[in-house]
Design a protein around this ligand. Structure first.
Ligand code: FES
Ligand code: FE2
Length: 441
């Protein structure tokens, strides 16, 4: 047994009031415990209903390190199955997405399963007669994840059969999803524009931490966004401002801008930047969109919806969202020093195409494998991953604006450069990592 397995005190000791031990980012055993504990006890995003509009449509993904398949069942509900054949363990659905018809068929020996996972047929079934097959595990088919919640078309699951409810886990933080969906005049989102995928050689928590790190843009992104602004400043007077400059420029905002925008934290590790202002607040208006929103909601409600301009929302542990531009990123852990980053974009049903165009451009400029901005961050993550192994220091500091009496596991609004959300996340991490582990007597 390693240092941390079965030792909740040792795990909790990694998260001090305003410091985090380097092992949380580099230790293999802790990574495995994150998969077994954190990613099983928390509610994790699986996919979006618009990816599986028709019966038999499926999408394969992972929850922590578990391969799963999300599928539209014959009763029109969305099911999440462990993507594992009960026979010899083969991954049943091999494609990323598609339509499987009325059943899944394992490619190894052709056992078939209904889209709720139950066993449909086995070739040469008579070979199992009088073997007591009905009493064995395989007779139950592919295992279904028991706790699935579809919230406004966002599909989440909790792998552990018992634990915190969806409503209690997310609480008021669902307001970010609400706002993003409400921005559609039809109250509906659709995944659009494909997905951007790339691997960062760093711990997944570095990417989460970065979402509310408001003291880095003006420093780390000076070389990219700063250059874009400098070039734009030399453009002849009267040149129309390109959309790209509008998207880049806010990254160079001063500290005071980020201090003033505010951070809101919620229980269970969720939180967001951009309470009263954000880098997404000053994009050009799109008159046809405003008209569609007023027609759908009335002027007062439309104003309220569009006036909410949150920056980054963290849905702990590994999902982040930008409501005002309908972008979502997932940080899928592959190892203590390896993370798959996915950037997804949504179409606001009933809104002009220019909004999707803006989202896609934002993702290409800021969050794509070819982006100039994301690479500034990637370099910082990978330099940190390398240097954290140093014997020179053991702790990571998250102390900015720390107050011993600050709210714990509660909703609060604070200065936009406060590292409270990082402390909030790590306090939730320590809690969800140790659920069900007996304390030593
Ligand atoms: S492993 Fe799936 S049918 Fe044999
Ligand atoms: Fe950044």
């Amino acid at each position: 047994m390693g240092k941390y397995r079965g030792n909740p005190q040792a795990i909790r000791a990694l998260v001090r009031e305003a410091e985090v031990h380097k092992d949380t980012y580099i230790d293999q055993e802790l990574f495995e415990l994150e998969m077994e504990q954190l990613f099983a006890n928390a509610w994790i995003y699986v996919g979006h209903a618009s990816q599986v509009p028709n019966k038999g449509d499926f999408y394969t993904t992972t929850v922590g390190s578990e391969p799963v398949v999300m599928v539209r069942h014959s009763d029109d509900t969305i099911r999440v199955l462990y993507n594992r054949c009960p026979h010899k363990g083969v991954k049943v659905a091999g494609e990323t997405c598609g339509n499987t018809g009325k059943f899944f068929r394992c490619p190894y020996h052709a056992w078939t399963f209904k889209t709720d996972g139950s066993l449909l047929a086995i070739p040469l079934k008579k070979g199992y007669e009088n073997t007591g097959f009905d009493g064995c595990e395989a007779s139950h088919g592919m295992a279904a994840v028991g706790n699935v919640k579809v919230y406004r078309d966002f599909v989440f699951c909790r792998l552990n059969p018992s634990g915190i409810s969806f409503e209690e886990y997310f609480g008021e933080s669902l307001s970010t999803i609400d706002n993003m969906v409400d921005r559609s005049p039809a109250g509906k989102l659709e995944i659009a524009g494909g997905v951007l995928r790339y691997i960062n050689h760093c711990n997944w928590k570095m990417l989460v931490d970065n979402q509310t790190d408001t003291c880095h843009p003006m420093v780390a992104h000076e070389s990219s966004a700063g250059t874009a602004v400098a070039v734009w400043n030399e453009a002849p007077e009267g040149t129309p401002k390109p959309m790209a400059v509008e998207l880049f420029a806010p990254f160079t905002s001063p500290y005071e801008f980020f201090e003033g925008m505010g951070i809101r934290v919620w229980p269970n590790g969720h939180g967001h930047t951009g309470v009263s202002n954000s880098i997404h607040a000053s994009y050009s208006a799109v008159p046809e969109y405003w008209d569609a929103m007023v027609a759908a909601y009335g002027e007062a409600r439309a104003k309220e919806i569009l006036g909410e301009c949150r920056h980054n929302t963290v849905y702990f542990p590994n999902m982040t969202m930008k409501g005002p531009i309908q972008a979502m990123r997932l940080f899928k852990p592959l190892g203590p020093d390896k993370t798959l980053v996915e950037s997804w974009t949504f179409r606001l049903v009933g809104a002009p195409d220019v909004l999707l165009e803006r989202t896609l451009m934002y993702s290409r400029l800021i969050n794509a494998p070819t982006s100039v901005v994301a690479h500034d961050d990637t370099e910082m993550y990978e330099r940190a991953q390398e240097a954290l192994t140093s014997r020179g220091r053991d702790w990571i500091n998250i102390q900015r604006l720390y107050d011993p009496d600050e709210p714990r596991n509660a909703t609060a609004v604070t200065n936009g450069t406060n590292e409270l959300q990082m402390r909030n996340q790590m306090r939730a991490w320590a809690e969800f990592m140790t659920i069900g582990m007996a304390d030593e007597k």
